[in-house]
Ligand binder design. Structure first.
Ligand SMILES: [Zn+2]
Ligand SMILES: [Zn+2]
Length: 357
């Protein structure tokens, strides 16, 4: 595992959150999924099978990957299915709280866990119409949102059977980023309260039959090379399960993380900090609006960097590998980095915000 130090003396690790195994509707066993994560070079992997707390004794360092087991919870009696919640760092089963989203969020918090609304904005496609959006917005106290659900975009782009065949073989042609509607929703939330963002592949690796063709769509190792959540940990992993597990959840809960579409180009080395006098603020942190406060972005390759203030849109942008901006107004400032591939700008990096107070 390469140890990468970030500004401020933190350590960055690349992992995958939101994955399904044969314990629910995924097609891979835990061992197969861990092997795929190891071959993709992930540092940590979180399994989130539907509505059950899978045997937690499976957790630990396996094949050089830190495996954590959590739950994606939804009210199974609700028709149509809605409100999927990723509940992380849970030690006790919380599925009985599913019918009441606020009660569920509170129950997870009570045991020190984190809650991320899974694919909260979910759009139907021309062929595949089933969607699982979040509809219960009268909630509070949740950790954040799954800003980029890697699966959902394909549904919108599958406009016909021939297109679906091309998609099955060349999924990268269809990947552009989180839904614009989701980015707008996040900005709306950020104007109300701090809201962390993660990305998840929602990996199932299901096999589809398209006419005579039989193809596994988005296999696990593909997913693990695609959309990852990079955390910025307070300390380096020391291979002790509980120590390293706590570092992962602490970073995710504090929003010290960015979402990287690493298949386009590795995003390791990305940094976004707020520098003021003697202090370096990380993503997810607050910093006072003082004279000289500078928001600084660095990317590991040339790209189109946009600095966005929630509610105001793009306040600064640059083409290259760096951007620096001195804000004059408070607000939640976040970074989007776009990179062209096959004639189209593709979402490459989505940072958590720095809150200027
Ligand atoms: Zn879901
Ligand atoms: Zn899922």
């Amino acid at each position: 595992m390469p140890e990468i130090k970030t500004p401020g003396g933190f350590y960055s690790y690349r992992g995958s959150i939101h994955n399904h195994s044969t314990f629910s509707d995924g097609t891979g066993s835990v061992d197969e999924i861990v092997s795929a994560a190891a071959s993709a070079g992930l540092d940590y992997l979180i399994l989130t099978d539907h509505n059950q707390l899978v045997d937690q004794s499976l957790q630990g360092w396996r094949q050089d990957v830190l495996l954590l087991i959590d739950i994606e919870v939804n009210d199974m009696a609700l028709e149509p299915e809605r409100n999927h919640l990723l509940t992380l760092n849970v030690r006790q089963d919380v599925t009985q709280f599913a019918p009441d989203p606020q009660g569920l969020i509170d129950a997870v918090r009570a045991q020190g866990g984190l809650t991320f609304l899974a694919h909260p904005i979910d759009l139907p496609g021309p062929i595949i119409k089933d969607i699982y959006p979040w509809t219960e917005w009268d909630i509070e106290g949740f950790t954040g949102v799954e800003l980029w659900n890697f699966m959902s975009e394909f549904r919108v782009h599958a406009t016909s059977k021939p297109v679906a065949v091309i998609m099955a073989y060349f999924p990268q042609l269809f990947t552009t980023g989180p839904y614009p509607e989701m980015l707008a929703k996040w900005d709306e939330l950020l104007q109300q309260h701090p809201t962390a963002a993660i990305g998840g592949p929602d990996a199932h690796a299901q096999i589809y039959n398209i006419g005579p063709l039989r193809r596994r769509f988005l296999p696990y190792d593909y997913c693990f090379r695609a959309v990852n959540t990079h955390i910025i940990a307070r300390e380096a992993f020391n291979r002790e399960f509980e120590h390293d597990r706590d570092l992962v959840y602490e970073a995710l809960g504090s929003a010290r993380a960015w979402i990287g579409y690493d298949m386009l180009h590795p995003t390791e080395g990305f940094s976004y900090v707020g520098e003021a006098e003697k202090r370096v603020a990380q993503m997810g942190e607050s910093v006072s609006l003082v004279e000289g406060l500078t928001l600084k972005v660095e990317t590991p390759a040339n790209a189109h960097i946009k600095l966005i203030r929630a509610g105001s849109g793009v306040v600064a942008e640059s083409k290259g590998r760096e951007l620096a901006f001195q804000p004059s107004q408070p607000g939640a400032y976040r970074v989007e980095v776009w990179k062209k591939w096959w004639f189209k700008p593709r979402g490459w990096i989505f940072s958590n915000p720095i809150y200027v107070r």
